[in-house]
Design a protein around this ligand. Structure first.
Ligand SMILES: *[C@@H]1O[C@H](CO)[C@@H](O)[C@H](O)[C@H]1NC(C)=O
Length: 265
């Protein structure tokens, strides 16, 4: 398998790259800054899969065709979106990358018959309605972060999440796994390999390394689909992944998927 990893120099992506290569999958890591190329290349040393670096700025992905030309060049089987403006460049750049470029890669991936999986890294607060499993306090906290702390980011992410969910619901392309991974507050401490996955609490942290570990495991299965919220917790990662699949957990539950489909058709 060959993975197109968008946002290859992000901290989650740096943890994810060696995990994918260890599966003997090939990875093309897309980064903007050539100064980061040696650091990325070093991740490929001595791994089963081979690593390639593609220098490209996601700021320039303004149309589906721009995304398509990158996809056509790489010819991946799976696409991972772990990119983001990271708050640099103000709200306009956040929209250009987290929303516009993400949506262009999503639609270009759905349109490409070789690609069978798209994993989009989002965040736990990216939803419109209070879900049944969250307390009023937890929901108020998530709303506060989305509306007051990171409004441009939250708006852009919600747009991309709903877009992918709408395409997945509308097209029903099989096989195609649209996986939306939704971590809480990110931490740089080492992985604990213990998580809450699926219907989690509304606030809490998760290490970036654990996000990568879960992303790798969700990608490696053929039966993962939909939205998965993620925090550190008590359940070992493998058991958590098994459980969400077995119980068909999808935290899009409570959101208006029909509305998303209408809005994007
Ligand atoms: C992975 O890369 C190696 C070395 O470049 C190549 O021989 C192999 O065909 C690639 N596999 C896939 C699935 O792209």
């Amino acid at each position: 398998m060959h993975v197109l990893l968008l946002g290859g120099h992000g901290k989650v992506a740096l943890h994810l790259t060696p995990l994918l290569l260890a599966r003997a999958w090939n990875v093309t890591s897309v980064i903007r800054n050539p100064d980061h190329e040696p650091e990325i290349r070093a991740l490929g040393q001595g791994k089963k899969g081979s690593l390639d670096v593609l220098l490209s700025s996601l700021d320039d992905v303004k149309t589906e065709n721009d995304a398509k030309s990158i996809i056509d060049r790489v010819q991946p089987d799976y696409v991972v979106w772990s990119a983001g403006a990271g708050g640099k460049g103000g709200p306009a750049r956040t929209q250009a990358i987290d929303e516009v470029a993400a949506k262009n890669f999503i639609s270009a991936s759905f349109a490409n018959t070789k690609i069978t999986k798209f994993l989009l890294v989002s965040h736990i607060g990216s939803r419109r309605k209070q879900p049944s499993w969250l307390s009023d306090d937890e929901w108020a906290h998530l709303q506060h972060v989305s509306n007051n702390v990171l409004p441009a980011y939250a708006k852009a992410k919600l747009e991309a999440d709903e877009y992918m969910t709408a395409l997945a619901a509308k097209q029903q392309r099989k096989p195609f796994q649209a996986i939306n991974l939704r971590p809480g507050t990110l931490a740089d401490t080492p992985a604990t390999r213990k998580v809450q996955l699926g219907k989690t609490a509304g606030r809490g942290t998760i290490t970036r390394e654990d996000v990568a570990i879960v992303a790798d495991k969700l990608l490696a299965r053929d039966d993962t689909n939909g939205w998965y919220d993620l925090l550190n917790g008590e359940e070992p990662v493998d058991e958590a992944v098994e459980r969400v699949v077995r119980e068909k957990v999808d935290t899009v539950e409570g959101e208006d998927v029909e509305g998303m489909v209408k809005r994007f058709s």
